[in-house]
Design a protein around this ligand. Structure first.
Ligand code: URA
Length: 241
């Protein structure tokens, strides 16, 4: 892999910045200054330093973000705030994107990565990755909701949802909803089909990874090794026939 690409993928600098630093002697490979960023290195064995700092190679990065309201689930937008704006400049250089979408007004757990294949696998409709949401309702939910959700609810436009789970709060004005699919505005449309309305929506878990209660809205952190393993396990399980 070229040195400039390596430094860019690690989120350290742009390829142009890498070239400038290298010309000035700011890039070394195995302790020897390297002026040409076109040189190929082996990420597994070569030691690359940028401005005196050793840059460890990570092929992919995984971030947990507590999405605030008002942000769109995108990597760019001309007029609206978008989630990757909340990340550090270093992470923004790594080409991270959200794994799936949350509505602009939905808050909570969002995973961002630059691992396109894993993201694709986790989101594929054929698969069954669990997403758990805490929802608040306009009206008390009817007593039949649990069965209706479990059987597979029909949306107002006739679309059939996969069986889902709802655990209502004692007052039935909210609850935890578990989905294994991600239709557009799905929970809002499910509640509309029950003659009700969602008044608040937060994703609290994705593929068995709970939202870290220490993260405030708008804050992020890298996934822990265990959380990364859960994502990979979910993808492995969903790949199985
Ligand atoms: N269901 C919705 O209606 N909105 C979301 O953002 C996620 C699930």
């Amino acid at each position: 892999m070229r040195i400039d690409r390596y430094l860019n993928e690690c989120g350290i600098c742009s390829r142009k910045e890498a070239a400038i630093a290298a010309k000035r002697g700011g890039v070394t490979v195995n302790g020897v200054p390297e002026k040409s960023v076109a040189r190929h290195i082996d990420p597994e064995t070569d030691r690359v330093c940028y401005l005196g700092r050793e840059i460890a190679y990570r092929r992919f990065t995984y971030i947990m973000l507590n999405k605030p309201a008002g942000y769109v689930s995108a990597t760019d937008d001309k007029s609206l705030p978008y989630v990757t704006e909340l990340l550090s400049p270093e992470l923004r250089r790594m080409g991270l994107f959200p794994v799936g979408r949350l509505d602009r007004d939905t808050v909570g757990l969002m995973i961002l990565t630059n691992n396109g294949l894993l993201s694709h696998t986790l989101l594929s409709p054929k698969h069954h990755v669990e997403k758990v949401y805490r929802a608040g309702f306009r009206d008390r939910l009817s007593g039949a909701a649990e069965e209706v959700f479990a059987e597979g609810l029909k949306l107002l436009d006739g679309t059939l949802c996969k069986p889902a789970k709802i655990v209502c709060d004692p007052d039935r004005m909210g609850g935890l909803i578990t989905l294994t699919e991600g239709k557009y505005h799905q929970i809002k449309r499910m509640l509309e089909a029950m003659d009700n309305q969602v008044v608040s929506l937060e994703r609290v878990s994705f593929a068995g990874i709970p939202l870290d209660p220490l993260l405030d809205r708008g804050e992020w952190r890298p996934l822990t090794g265990e959380e990364e393993a859960l994502l990979h396990r979910a993808a492995e399980e969903t790949r199985a026939p």
